[in-house]
Write a protein that binds this ligand. Sequence first.
Ligand code: AHR
Length: 510
Amino acid sequence: RAPVATVVIQPDKTSPVINRDIFGQFAEHLGEGIYGGVWVGKESKIPNVRGIRSDVVAALRAIKVPVVRWPGGCFADEYNWRNGIGPATKRVETVNGNWGNVIEPNSFGTHEFMDLLDQIGSEAYINVNLGTGTPREAADWLEYMTTDQPSALGKERAANGRKAPYRIKYLGIGNESWACGGNMSADHYVEELKQYSTFVRNLNPAQDPPHRYVRGPKQMQRIAVGPEDDKPEYTEAVMKAWQSTRPWRWGFEGLSLHHYTMGATPMSSPATGFDAQDYAVFVQQTFGMDTLIAQHAAIMDKYDPEKKVAMVVDEWGTWLGPMADTNPRFLKQQNSLRDAILASLNLNIFARHADRVRMANIAQMVNVLQAMILTDKEKMLLTPTYHIFKMYLPFQDAQLTPLTLETGTYRSGKIGVPQVDGVAAQKDGVVWLALTNIDPDQSVSVRTSIKGKAVRQAVGHVLTADKIDSINTFDRPAAVAPQPFSAKAEGDTLSLTLPARSVTVVRLDP
Ligand code: AHR
């Protein structure tokens, strides 16, 4: 008999909205993340619009990417925005010292990034350079992008082809300042943060506060560097400083958290061909994201009990061993059904913390780490992780709905993790349920009910495959792809049979 789990959904209990920005992406100048993956140049034979490849744009449009973080990552703290503007023939070549010491052609700069956002229908999360840059440079970049005035920088933008100011929803102030962003102590970073948040202004009249002293959700949200994994120093120091400031002096609206899932051998765990024990380690570590968020949220609560400051998990995902025959500094890795399952667990965790976690950006969008898309010259494929983002579309801006889940335990060696994980949400009166069967070997039958109502049927999609390490390849691009799923109630009981190693997202019809 298949193991059994029960799910009870309580749609009448109030709970926060799952911010669509938790489905955000991260695109860094790293390996083929931009060059080859997004940008092929206007002269390329690969179909493109103004140099941006059309197959990738179509795929990203389909998952309604809400926000893209750019240009890094570590790259951001060495980026000079001036290298990335002006006529293509005049762009200087620099060296990308973080990621393989390869040439950075700077052909993809501010205007090209904003064009990408226009093409995919997404918002900008610009990370300014606090490591090797200055507040002056960052302020100039913001003025260049956002002023509607005929200042020298405003005129320069217009001369480069863009008259109207750009909209910037989020501004990252430094990146991992505790490591590649400058190896700064938390106290030192706080002093830098004060300078940047004082001087770096968004001048777009549609975003500039009507009154200087008032900031609201429509204004650009500034994201401060927060913790590395479970280390509390940055969270403590940055939030303490936030509490003691007067918002009209300096401030920020979000605190970043970075955490990668790396398995037993960080940065070299196999992407395929792993065993059950290795899989269990990854699942257990993924549940660690919940502990991590709770730990830092508790520190934030001390200084900000009203939860004004968002927690922003702007780098997350698996960090595995590199693909054969690739530059190891390009961080190009395979993406299997395991990655899809882990992505669903992470998204469920972010959703459950919707009161504090209001943006997350998976690392990274194309060809880097846990990517949505892999390309090889003119070829492109959608990874299993991509399909999770597509299946979870109904959860964007839906209201989290309390769910009680009783499930067994999946065991491998000394590790035991819940067999099933799930999250529910409602939008426009419709209840959606996402259920992950973590067990790689056994299907699970889930009795599902909505408090006070009988559920008649469930309709949606399921993602599974022959093996937990099944992947999509250019020869078999749909080996791991969602299939239609439906179940009808018998009497007043709706049972969903979740295949082994699967993610199911359904609409529940009462
Ligand atoms: O995503 C790859 C790198 O990981 C980023 O550049 C950096 O911020 C992190 O250490």
